[in-house]
Design a protein around this ligand. Structure first.
Ligand code: ADP
Ligand code: MG
Length: 549
């Protein structure tokens, strides 16, 4: 490890030289309270900024009990990352000048969700922050003085403010404890989700995940209310959505999709003040929708589709261009294969012919002439035989009232339990067995991936082949897409062997991430951007959408 003085000397020697000379700075430097690691220097001022790590000595600055469980450690890391962000913003004061990304100092941005991220990693001995620094230049000439200011003034101040006096972490740890408690309570009480009284479900706008101001706060109907004793906050009343089939009915614009969206995101913990801190959904819950045009690889969708006019084998079905119903069938069996025990469906984003077939249509077109067995015929067996619950928004197809265990009505954003009334309206419906088997058969061959790219949160590419993530609605930010890109590379290069199936690989790599952390599957200098943890469900979904499989 080199000293600060050596770094200063080197900086002065390369001042005004051509940009490439910055490369000599790669290495580690002793800044007393922390180690500064310049891991990767960008090739030119316009390239992705340089990668820098601050490795801070964690001797007692973070109490040991804050790191004893995974949910606590992630909460601590998340809180530190947010502090780092605030301090970087406060210290930067817009004084940036030069060409390209000159003087830009940034860290991975965290949204409303608390996720494990490569940008901040805490162990018993160290706190590691990964940041990006645009090494300053005028044209393509090194502006060493500006970098000296960043490395010797800005970063030490930011590090001191971020990593010392960390009392506020207690609030994050306590919230995470309470959220973890609710997750465990769901199991004990046979619930798939909990929505606390007072929760704010709607968001500020279609492009902002901040809470809506002046929203109608959530309140549980008495019949579904449970009161949980949280370890820190104490008693909390809210709605417990039970296992089985729950239909969310109600008129248009009354808040049905908003409730479902909150449940989708409830697989993650939210920060204090989000409004959904205590909206907690069973972790494997998966949002299903139609996704015309996606590819499908050797997947058994015969539970829903058989006897296609093309005579294609639907027990091992592949296509480059799925229809609405075949895509939703594939999405469903992939979710089951990745261990989801709760399916979340919104009628509005579903293929109608996948969901239902009414009586008159069944009379006109006989069952033998119809390749699709609609979801409504399988939904009870999915629960009774396979233990998979469904929460479904249905504003127009009344048939679902018949198969539901619980019917909620959203009425001017207020939830009402209308199960009894719905039962009076029930009609006879045919039910079929879902049948348990292997759904995704595709075996994955080993493959070299030279270059992965992340194009915003909704798309990644592996060697120029794009994977469309737009319809994977539980991906919450770009860091998760980046993680998927790295995980794909890791799986294809290091785990695939031509024998393991896509779903085995998704399971194996997600176990690895759970045990060893997200850093165990991302490249050392994390190439194309900071990464955040993703679930096994998203990993399998991403693998299955890769056209190069
Ligand atoms: P639906 O799916 O029943 O048609 P949405 O869930 O899309 O209705 O909600 C319709 C509108 O009402 C949205 O703009 C949403 O932001 C707003 N909204 C939803 N819930 C609330 C609430 N609790 N308070 C205030 N506005 C809400
Ligand atoms: Mg809706």
């Amino acid at each position: 490890m080199k000293t600060q003085q050596e770094l200063r000397m080197q900086l002065r020697q390369i001042d005004h030289k051509s940009y490439k000379a910055y490369k000599v700075l790669e290495g580690e430097y002793d800044f007393r309270t922390y180690r500064l690691c310049i891991d990767h220097v960008q090739g030119d001022p316009f390239a992705t900024p340089s990668r820098v790590r601050i490795v801070y000595d964690n001797k007692g600055s973070i109490p040991a009990e804050y790191l004893e469980s995974r949910h606590r450690r992630i909460a601590v890391e998340d809180a530190l990352l947010r502090r780092l962000h605030r301090n970087l913003r406060a210290c930067m004061d817009g004084g940036r000048k030069g060409s390209g990304k000159s003087g830009l100092v940034t860290a991975c941005r965290a949204g409303q969700e608390v996720l494990e991220r490569t940008a901040m990693h805490v162990t018993a001995t160290e706190i590691v922050a990964r940041i990006e620094v645009g090494f300053p230049a005028f044209g393509r000439t090194i502006a060493a003085g500006a970098l000296e200011e960043i490395l010797f003034d800005l970063l030490p101040t930011v590090a001191k403010r971020t990593f010392s006096g960390v009392q506020e972490l207690a609030a994050a740890v306590e919230l995470a404890d309470d959220q973890q408690f609710i997750r465990e309570e769901l199991e004990r009480r046979g619930l798939v989700a909990f929505v606390a009284d007072g929760a704010v479900l709607p968001r500020e706008s279609g492009v902002s995940q901040r809470p809506m101001k002046q929203a109608v706060a959530f309140k549980s109907p008495d019949t579904l209310a449970v009161t949980l004793q949280l370890p820190h906050q104490g008693p909390l009343r809210g709605m417990g959505i039970r296992r089985g089939i729950t239909v969310i009915a109600g008129g248009g614009f009354h808040g049905k999709s908003t409730l479902l969206k909150a449940l989708e995101r409830g697989v993650y913990n939210h920060i204090k003040g989000d409004g959904r801190e205590f909206v907690i959904t069973q972790e494997s819950a998966y949002k299903l929708r139609a996704e015309e045009g996606r590819c499908v690889h050797e997947t058994d969708i015969s539970m829903f589709i058989s006897n296609l006019p093309t005579k294609a084998d639907t027990t091992c079905f592949s296509t480059e261009n799925a229809s609405g119903s075949t895509s939703q069938s594939a999405n469903t069996v992939e979710a089951l294969e990745s261990g989801s025990s709760v399916l979340l469906i919104d009628e509005d984003t579903s293929a109608t012919n996948f969901m239902i077939r009414d009586d008159r249509m069944a009379q006109l077109v006989s069952d033998e002439k119809e390749p699709i067995t609609p979801f409504i015929r399988k939904v009870r067996s999915l629960y009774e035989d396979l233990g998979v619950s469904t929460v479904l928004v249905a504003g127009s197809s009344g048939d679902f009232l018949t198969v539901a265990d619980t019917v909620l009505q959203m009425d001017c954003y207020v939830a009402r339990d209308v199960t009894a009334r719905a039962k009076e309206l029930a009609v006879a419906l045919t039910q079929e067995h879902a049948g348990k088997k292997i759904w995704v058969r595709k075996r994955v061959a080993k493959k070299r991936v030279e270059k992965v790219r992340v194009h915003g949160w909704d798309s990644i590419s592996l060697d120029r082949m794009e994977i469309d993530l737009r319809y994977m609605e539980q991906i919450v930010d770009e860091s998760q897409s980046a993680a998927l890109a790295y995980i794909m590379q890791y799986v294809l290069e290091r785990m695939a062997d031509g024998k393991k199936s896509a779903s085995q690989l998704a399971r194996d790599v997600s176990h690895k991430i759970e045990k060893e952390g997200i850093l165990s599957v991302t490249p050392k200098n994390y190439g194309a951007g900071a990464a955040a943890a993703v679930r096994r469900q998203e990993i399998l979904a991403c693998l299955c959408r890769y056209r190069g499989l």
